[in-house]
Design a protein around this ligand. Structure first.
Ligand code: ATP
Ligand code: MG
Length: 257
């Protein structure tokens, strides 16, 4: 049984990486979970997961001709399999985004839930690929017009590749935002349910500074508790892992976006 989710937002800094790891840790209580940093240009999941000194990363898997196995870039951390990505520009330049398809296919054969931490923006093959490959997207947004409008653009783009919306996650929500007014209105425009409302919480920033996922660093914080609820609200479908791997391998990669 396997399902691949892209955790995406369009807008930068909404909390995609924080949410990828938080949903990953919560889902790992039930499923075998693999998280992949597919933000190959501006990777930062490694800093959230204490893997800043990882020797082998996704970059090494995306360069042709290197004798590296997918397993070499997999790290068992916090009850998850984590595939970090490197941060140097040379690695990004050499990486061939199309190879992500095969990497993800190989990972899918061996896990229940794949979470692809996606880049902000939709302006290159590398940035849209996780959305194209995933079964469904989890849209991480803030209750502001620019963030909501970018999330809607991602939804529209995803739909054009047959990728549906698993849920919308409001993050960094402050009391003054009026989320109780905004959420019901926003829900009409999204093709998936609102799965959670995560408060703006200093624990999330402190976790990032400590290089630990929020749910490991401050499991009793208000934000962590909201992520547990969101993971429980996320309906994880049951695909066949062989079929999913085949679909990844045959996915059409957009040349122009
Ligand atoms: N609920 C929250 N409350 C307070 N701060 C948060 C919350 N969620 C995330 N943050 C902080 O916001 C910053 C950006 O979060 P994160 O790196 O997860 O966003 P992102 O969408 O992945 O960013 P990018 O677009 O750069 O990849 C980090 O410092 C993180 O600790
Ligand atoms: Mg990120």
């Amino acid at each position: 049984m396997v399902e691949a989710f892209a955790v995406a937002s369009g807008k930068g800094g909404t909390g995609k990486t924080t949410s990828t790891l938080a949903l990953g840790l919560a889902l790992a209580e039930t499923y075998d979970v693999t998280v992949v940093d597919t933000d190959t240009g501006m990777a930062n999941l490694l800093f959230h997961a204490g893997l800043a000194d990882a020797d082998v990363t996704l970059h090494d898997l995306l360069v042709g001709g290197r004798d590296v196995d997918v397993a070499d870039a997999c790290y068992e951390r916090f009850g998850l399999t984590v595939v970090p990505c490197g941060t140097d520009l040379a690695g990004f330049r050499e990486a061939d985004p199309e190879r992500l398809r095969d990497v993800v296919a190989e990972l899918a054969a061996d896990t229940d839930v794949l979470l692809l931490d996606s880049p902000a923006a939709l302006d290159s093959t590398a940035s849209v690929l996780p959305i194209v490959l995933a079964d469904r997207v989890v849209l991480v947004t803030q209750p502001t017009v620019p963030a909501l409008s970018d999330a809607l653009k991602v939804q529209e783009y995803a739909a054009s590749y047959g990728t549906g919306v698993a849920g919308v996650l409001f993050n960094k929500v402050r009391p003054a935002d009026g989320i109780e007014r905004i959420a019901p209105k926003a829900e009409r425009y999204f093709e998936g349910p609102i799965v959670g409302t995560v408060p703006d919480d200093d624990a999330a920033r402190a976790a990032r500074r400590a290089g630990r996922p929020l749910l490991a660093y401050a499991p009793d914080s208000p934000a962590a508790s909201a992520y547990y609820d969101a993971a429980a609200a996320l309906d994880v479908g049951g695909g066949d892992s062989g079929a999913l791997a085949d679909r990844f391998r045959s996915a059409v990669i957009p040349e122009e976006v």
